[in-house]
Design a protein around this ligand. Structure first.
Ligand code: GTP
Ligand code: MG
Length: 321
């Protein structure tokens, strides 16, 4: 927290972190996504779970085994289809080495529309997004001029989803911290919760590959937020989420000004305060695969300062809701 704020391009060189071997333990078959959740909660890694969800078991097993051999995870024979029109929003800033891979990976697991919100990435991520959008109608791109922050990128994505009649809108990072096979879990878990959070801090969740300092920062931020806001949410800063657009439409999004972790804290708190159901499902969060983190001291300070203000501000607004 007492670090000076640094620009992303001044950070240390990107480090390639080897992803863990995924096919050492046997597959576990779950009838559907609802049946998979207790397995993950009791410690089964979701990359070992072959979720049938209406697909034929022998074909699903074979596809999942093959997917794991290729390092793609427990791939279904056909991508799952959610019962709701769903949009996955991926904000990008300098993700040229991740974007095509994450889009491809998402479509292996879920047949969904995707919106890339690119802030004029100097590395040309925006042009890659355009090329992908020209090849597949499910991909949309919003170009914004210059780095404007994660919060406004997501708000733009939420508005896009509301205006176009999507029923669910998901948040997901481009950097493979969020496993693509967890995305359909999140969406299917939204049947009875207006917000589903892919959580590191519920039973069965964890972080992989973070150094002590990053773990301490994230745990500290969450402990602090839990204590001050007392909203019952364990992972307040998580950026892997599925919202009901109808619920988002009832919040006054123009009042949300936060950008980094603070944005995630504020959105979750507003959902709780507006009376919506929030559900956390465990995920294994893996440190970014390639590229540079945009996390800096400014983002941490923003969260530190916002939390106590949020408590007062949103509490008062609640009366008007
Ligand atoms: N459009 C847009 N995207 C951003 C901005 N800042 C970060 N992103 C993207 O938001 C996602 C999350 O950013 P990360 O750099 O991974 O930040 P983080 O996950 O908080 O930090 P790490 O865990 O260290 O990677 C990534 O897909 C980024 O490319 C921004 O200002 N504008
Ligand atoms: Mg990240």
């Amino acid at each position: 927290m007492n670090q000076p704020a640094r620009e992303p391009n001044q950070r240390e060189q990107p480090v390639l972190i080897p992803r863990p071997q995924v096919h050492t333990e046997p597959l576990v078959v779950a009838r559907d996504f609802a049946a998979a959740e207790p397995l993950v909660r009791s410690g089964t890694d979701s990359n070992r779970i072959c979720v049938l969800q209406g697909q034929d078991e022998p074909a699903a097993r074979a596809a999942a085994e093959r997917g794991r051999e290729l390092g793609h995870g427990p791939t279904p024979p056909r991508a799952h289809t959610a019962p709701w029109r769903t949009l996955v929003v991926i904000p990008t800033y300098n993700e040229k080495d991740n974007l095509e891979a994450i889009v491809t990976a998402i479509w292996r697991y879920l047949d969904t529309d995707i919106l890339v919100v690119d802030d004029g990435s100097p590395d040309g991520t925006g042009a890659i997004a355009d090329r992908l959008a020209a090849a597949d109608r499910r991909l949309h791109v919003l170009h914004r001029s210059g780095k404007q922050g994660l919060g406004t990128a997501y708000i733009a994505g939420f508005k896009f989803a509301i205006e176009r009649g999507y029923q669910r809108v998901c948040e997901m990072d481009a950097d493979f911290s969020h496993a693509p096979w967890d995305l359909p879990r999140l969406v299917f878990a939204s049947a009875h919760a207006q917000l589903v959070i892919g959580s590191r801090y519920v039973q069965g969740g964890n972080t992989v590959g973070w150094d002590f300092k990053r773990r301490l920062l994230s745990r500290g931020a969450n402990l602090y937020t839990r204590t001050v806001l007392a909203s019952g949410i364990r992972d307040n800063t998580a950026g892997f989420r599925c919202f009901h657009t109808e619920a988002l439409g009832k919040l006054d999004l123009s009042k949300v000004n936060a950008q980094g972790y603070a944005f995630q804290i504020e959105m979750a708190f507003r959902m709780v305060r507006a009376g919506f159901t929030v559900r956390e499902i465990p995920i294994h969060f893996v440190d970014r695969r390639v590229g540079m983190s945009k996390m800096d001291g400014k983002i941490a300070r923003e969260a530190l300062l916002l939390v106590p203000r949020l408590r007062g501000r949103v509490s008062k607004q609640r009366l008007a809701d």
